[in-house]
Design a protein around this ligand. Sequence first.
Ligand code: B4P
Length: 197
Amino acid sequence: MIGLIFGPPGSGKGTQASRVEREFGMSHLSTGEILRSEVAHGSAVGKEAARIMAAGDLVSDDLIDRIVESRLSRIDPTSNVLLDGFPRTTEQAKALDAMLEPRTVDFVVSLDVPEALLIDRLLHRAAVEGRADDTREAIMERMREYHSRTASVLDHYREQVVSVLEVDGVGDVDAVFDRVRQAIKKLAASKPRARGI
Ligand code: B4P
């Protein structure tokens, strides 16, 4: 099974993905985490990504595609994979289709949270963790990028008749996870190929 966790910045993709990983035994790949680790290690990729991320912009498709392709190649091709924060553009979605062949994406969990709450969450995280891309300016830029380049990724999957599981992302982390778990279980029960998860 290949699943994606999708949503605007601060919708809880990373938070929910860690729980889905544990509950359903999936290998979790977060492009945001990979990039932050590259920045922390001062690698060539990290140096290229740091300024772009701090401004709230998206890192280039080419760089992200290379990172994901290399990570996917290290994962057992029969294992269940959960991608978090990727794809973030239609070009990335098309690149992913090519990387996965002959496999395909089985489901997308799409977290829905109103923008005012997203901004509150990210400003709260800024106060607690001081992440470089959680300044008010960078947050507003990330929201703009989401609307102009990322939201349409869902259309790519709907056109391919991939199951898009819309989940209300408002509420405490456990309540949201409960909804995510129910949505995945319901899908698994209806799809013979997904019964293994
Ligand atoms: P990500 O790491 O994907 O970060 P995100 O969108 O801000 O966070 P997420 O939705 O995972 O929220 P989280 O669970 O942390 O990306 C960071 C940057 O990397 C991007 O802006 C971009 O520059 C770059 N990047 C990554 N992937 C890329 C790609 N494919 N292409 C190009 N560039 C890419 O939750 C947010 C906060 O809310 C946390 O503090 C959390 O504790 C809190 N929270 C979560 N759920 C909550 C709940 N239910 N109630 C209250 N608070 C909650």
